[in-house]
Write a protein that binds this ligand. Sequence first.
Ligand code: PEP
Ligand code: MG
Length: 600
Amino acid sequence: MSFQVFGVPVSGGVAIGRAMLVASSRVDVAHYFIDESRIESEIERLRGARNTVASELTALQRAMPSEAPPELSALLDVHLMLLHDDMLSSATRQWISERHYNAEWALSAQLEVLARQFDEMQDEYLRERKADVEQVVERLLRALARAPSLVGSAAHGARDFGGEDPLVLVANDIAPADMLHFKGSVFTGFITDVGGRTSHTAIVARGLDIPAVVGTREASRLIRQDDWVVIDGDAGVVVVNPSPIVLEEYRFRQRQIGLERESLSRLRHTPAVTLDGERIELLANIEQPADAAAALQAGAVGVGLFRSEFMFMNRAGDLPDEDEQFEAYREAVEAMHGLPVTIRTIDVGADKPLDRMSISELRHEHALNPAMGLRAIRWSLSEPVMFRQQLRAILRASAHGKVRLLVPMLAHPREIRLTFDAIARAKQQLADANRAFSEIEVGAMIEVPAAAIILPVFLRHFDFIAIGTNDLIQYTLAIDRADETVAHLYDPWHPAVLQLIAGTIAQARAINKSVCVCGEMAGDTDFTELLLAMGLRSFSMHPSQIASVKQRILRADTRQLAEKLEAILASDAPGAAYAEALRAAACTSQVRAAGSAVGA
Ligand code: PEP
Ligand code: MG
């Protein structure tokens, strides 16, 4: 049956593939295709894991003390029975032999199928057996981890289907750090039930440059394993089991988008200069040192935001020490070959917990609002030893290239003072230890309205300013950016938001202080001319967005819209006023072009 699911569009383009349902807790399972020649050995791996688990369960049963309740032994019997049941063992083998999935992936795919069947059972006792199947699969996955495949890694067979059907991932939610696992993976698109346009999972998905729709609320319940799915990442629509005509229509659009991207990529080495000669700096947002290559490839002239927190996430408390951090920062700095790298100090908290947790789990476990809690600089200042460790690592990297330090979420003058105290102490410690570092510029993110309102205080202390529009919108409008139920109210066009951004840019420019926008608005072509009109000359975005923003810049005249800026900002409906101003500007350009053609 064909049907549609609607959500929040977060990454454009069209993806067509078979649905791969993955439980949020199992997204870190390796997903890769195996060659025809390895099928038998992969099935053998699975068999080996099953024998190991069978021995574990039997040993547990034998070791059971006589006074133990009889239910416990009966439970182990149930687990042994499930382990050997065809619905688990032969069906999993089938995913390996027919689809060429690696054993871990095959197991989690089959678990999803079974979980559905259990959920739909009327009988409560039987429904509860789902937890037993999950436990057995968990044991099997652990046994497989102890006998890793000789061929595989998550990156193996990346998007090279070798005749396989392409796959799109469907999950209730994916934690931001888990999303990073999917860089270059087998998936060609993503669908999640929760999340908003600027939730960090959505931001990372956008960075992967594959179509994604989030906040669908129930896609993972409605879509079945293996259904054919079309993701329209521009409209935020998911078409499940499309008719041949609809499918052909989307295939056509897919080809068109491919051609457009190809022609855009030719702008890579073209300097970003407007029609009236204003040179614009286009920088990249990265999450890992390895992303620096994509930044250069896209023609970025530096890194405007290195979200260092991804290095700290999902490590079960084992945080990277100073040397490990230093190596990572140095890798990014050296990869940029002398171009500036802006490293932001750790911004954990809110929807980026240190340990693996999806948004749903966060909401469940933290009834209090984590976005307003101990996050970013607040967390760093509460962990002074860790903070100084990070500062020392960043400072040491500055001996290897041009590094800038950026501090997130500042709001209080006191936080500014404590931050500079920490930097001074970190420098002193390095000097005492005879460690090399350079004098680096220090910048503040303006992402809390309080900071935008008392901007002169920030301008007095910092060398540069970076506007984090994602959080600035969230905190100005009191809308949780990760909450799909209020996603419609998360409005970058709100006059209050635009006034705060315009005011920040104007005040920084008035005293010649460098100001950049590094939130998602910078990479959204709907805002390019508006930000230029506000006076912005530095944009930082995901590498994949640079070409299309540059195309808009090459066609823009900053003077035209600047005249209308005041009226747009004063309007009740700035979006409509801006669209009207853009139309008028396009007409004027056409008339001028026609005039000069006649005069020639
Ligand atoms: C922002 O808030 O706009 C920003 C760039 O930081 P992050 O998205 O990581 O919170
Ligand atoms: Mg932010």
